[in-house]
Ligand binder design. Structure first.
Ligand code: DLL
Length: 435
């Protein structure tokens, strides 16, 4: 039997869960229809009203909300509560232009702390744990989101934020941190730094790692678990919807992330045709928030690719599970017509002996043809081998990628520690075609 933070809501039978969703959806529609001109217009545009929604399936008749809609509403036009009620503002950096801004009422912050505490417990954390929170504090939701949840749970949280890795390691060891929260790429970087400093990170007290905010793979999980000697679990979230704690893999099942359906209604759509897909099919995750006051979003297109299952889970939680996020529909590379996600390449690289999970994909266009170069680090042992050995390893990787994914690439093996490390989200792709 799993530990729960809020057993009643986490194990709500589906009928009760759906009844609650409908009630909350209607209240949310009412709120946005009356407070946000954008939503009044979009709901009017399909000749509906909040009252005309009488079942959950009616949601499918409502228009989507996109990142562009959020940009067009910069900074506050989608807020559904007066500014006097907004107690916190976060923003996501985005790659171009202005950030996406989100506002929270006191109740939103309170719900977030509850959901994040639930998320931590789902990952196997409990009171008495020392949570080393290395997600960045600031406008990014990772740091403060995890922080408030850890306090709500009653665990001891170390608000270390990202950066200064040598100091992180010292504190982790001396303070006896039992849970670590950061991006998966930063976790690997910490392991590497520990090794360089002669520290045996495997003998630290870390028991669980809660990693997310960027795509990663099963192979990378194996690598992290072996290098840090802990159980690595996947956490999902996005600032537009709330921040970390939208979905979490459970310690018991370790198979898919429970999406908290008493606060969010998930749908999976075909990103091209926008039709809603059946259970189990891969597509873009669309989320409707049903408890938020500050900035509720109706059918928000996350761009994240996953599938959903309503199968019961060993942990006893009744909330649906989404599969590991395999990338974003807008991060998908199309190389000579073949669709490739960076995470697919990562899965192949990590399985190959001597290859490190630090890589960079460089896409270019030469003579109207796409080219893909993969720069990947190899370990010191391999790097000091003869040129012939290196060449044959590079050719082997090229062949595996061609066989598995159908794309031709050029592999360049680089010296250990030459690919830039990140303390937050890792940058894996440089697409020069867009320039
Ligand atoms: O990354 C919130 C967060 C913080 C989640 C800490 C987990 C842990 P944003 O900066 O708005 O918010 O970025 C959200 O990051 O749409 C996904 O594309 C990606 N992402 C987040 N979690 C995962 C994950 C935070 N577990 C965007 N796997 C999302 C893959 C993820 N991608």
């Amino acid at each position: 039997m799993a530990n729960y933070f809020n057993e009643e809501f986490e194990t709500l039978p589906r009928i009760a869960l759906e009844a609650l969703q409908l009630k909350r959806l209607k209240a949310t529609l009412d709120r946005v229809y009356n407070n946000v001109p954008f939503y009044r217009k979009s709901i009017d545009s399909v000749s509906m009203t909040p009252e005309s929604v009488t079942s959950l399936s009616d949601l499918q008749r409502l228009p989507f909300t996109t990142k562009q809609d959020m940009r067009d509403s910069y900074p506050y036009a989608l807020f559904a509560a007066p500014m006097e009620e907004i107690v916190r503002i976060h923003a996501s950096s985005g790659t171009t232009g202005k950030p996406t801004v989100v506002g929270y009422t006191k109740r939103d912050i309170d719900n977030w702390a509850d959901l994040m505490a639930r998320t931590l417990v789902t990952a196997g954390a409990h009171k008495g744990d020392i949570i080393h929170n290395a997600y960045g504090y600031g406008l990014f939701t990772g740091g403060l989101g995890v922080h408030n949840g850890a306090e709500r749970l009653g665990a001891s949280v170390i608000p270390i934020s990202g950066g200064n890795t040598a100091r992180q390691l010292m504190i982790m060891q001396d303070f006896g941190s039992t849970v670590i929260t950061c991006t998966p790429s930063y976790a690997l970087f910490m392991a590497e730094e520990a090794r360089a400093e002669g520290l045996d990170i495997k003998s630290f007290k870390l028991r669980v790692g809660i990693f997310g905010a960027e795509p990663w793979s099963e192979a990378m999980r194996g690598e992290i678990e072996a290098k840090l000697n802990l159980t690595a679990l996947d956490i999902y979230g996005l600032s537009e919807i709330m921040g970390p704690g939208v979905a979490q893999e459970c310690f018991e099942g370790k198979c898919g992330l429970h999406i908290w359906e008493d606060h969010f209604i998930p749908e999976i759509i075909n990103p091209v045709t926008c039709e809603v897909l059946p259970e189990g099919e891969k597509g873009e995750l669309v989320i409707t928030t049903i408890t938020k006051q500050g900035i509720p979003l109706i059918r928000y297109r996350t761009r994240d690719i996953t599938s959903i299952t309503y199968e019961p889970c060993v942990c006893g939680r009744t909330h649906a599970r989404i599969s590991r996020l395999s990338g974003r529909s807008d991060d998908m590379l199309i190389i000579r017509g073949v669709n490739v996600f960076p995470s697919q390449i990562e899965s192949i690289l990590v399985r190959i002996e001597g290859v490190e999970p630090h890589y960079l994909l460089i896409v270019d266009r030469k003579d109207n043809l796409d080219t893909l170069q993969i720069q990947v680090e190899v370990d010191e042992r391999i790097f000091s081998d003869e040129i012939k050995v290196l060449q044959s390893l590079a050719r082997q990787i090229e062949k595996e990628i061609k066989d598995m994914l159908g794309v031709t690439c050029n592999v360049k093996l680089v010296e250990p520690k030459t690919i830039q490390r990140s303390e937050g989200k890792a940058k894996r792709v440089i697409d020069n075609r867009k320039l």
